[in-house]
Unconditional design. Structure first.
Length: 245
């Protein structure tokens, strides 16, 4: 059915939104020194970040599988893509004000904007998407080994190329979601979505319990929530610290 939404996918995306919001609240509490934590090295936080990003990108791939299945036009795709890309630029501008030395030049929205195009163009790869995804993820481990050989790839560490992810050292930034390895997760989302739509459509099309409705709603408004939640959280914490200190 053209335009059909799958509550199961929206709910999964909504769960990622809730997890991300809780994570950012903890980060903001640490930033304002209300609950100091090491979000840059403590595995408890770094692994959570990786899981949250993975869930978002997997959902992005699932969403593109549905869009292609429903015959979404490139015009409609372009409209949504422009929203994502525009929000990515706003994130860069906002982070530059708050973190001038480590602003976000290629974060999760930047990554999604690029990966949406790649995933859409490769939708016809079918089961090869699983292999492509595995190879993309493997690049995270291959790239440092190539750098260690002293090969001529050192330029990939430069700012103009580190969005690819083929680096030997992570750039100094508050959020970094490069094409490799994260494209692999989006490809796997597309592959999983195509398989489900072909073989288990009823598994993702069946109605969900009423208790899942709030998560499904969040999933449908994920971009708006993403853009608004941090300014609200930071504003509240700034007011709290001003009143208590």
């Amino acid at each position: 059915m053209s335009g059909q939404r799958f509550d199961s996918i929206d709910t999964l995306r909504g769960a990622a939104i809730v997890w991300m919001t809780a994570f950012h609240l903890c980060f903001d509490l640490s930033y304002f020194r209300l609950w100091p934590q090491d979000f840059y090295a403590d595995p408890f936080w770094t692994w959570q970040r990786a899981a949250i990003v993975s869930l978002f990108l997997f959902c992005a791939g699932l969403g593109q599988a549905v869009a292609v299945d429903q015959g979404q036009s490139w015009q409609r795709f372009g409209k949504r893509w422009a929203q994502v890309a525009g929000c990515a630029l706003l994130v860069t501008a906002g982070s530059a004000l708050m973190f001038p030395r480590s602003f976000i030049s290629f974060g999760v929205l930047h990554g999604i904007a690029v990966m949406l195009i790649v995933v859409r163009l490769t939708a016809g790869w079918g089961r090869w998407l699983w292999l492509a995804g595995g190879l993309a993820i493997a690049m995270k481990f291959i790239a440092p080994e190539v750098h260690s050989t002293g090969a001529w790839v050192g330029f990939l560490n430069e700012t103009g190329f580190n969005w690819l992810g083929l680096v030997s050292r992570k750039p100094i930034t508050e959020d970094w979601v490069p094409v490799f390895p994260w494209l692999g997760v989006a490809w796997w989302g597309m592959a999983a979505g195509q398989w489900l739509l072909q073989h288990r459509r009823e598994a993702i099309a069946r109605p969900l319990p009423a208790a899942a409705a709030p998560l499904a709603w969040l999933g449908r408004w994920s971009l708006s929530w993403y853009m608004l939640h941090q300014p609200v959280l930071i504003g509240v914490l700034m007011a709290f610290t001003a009143l208590t200190r």
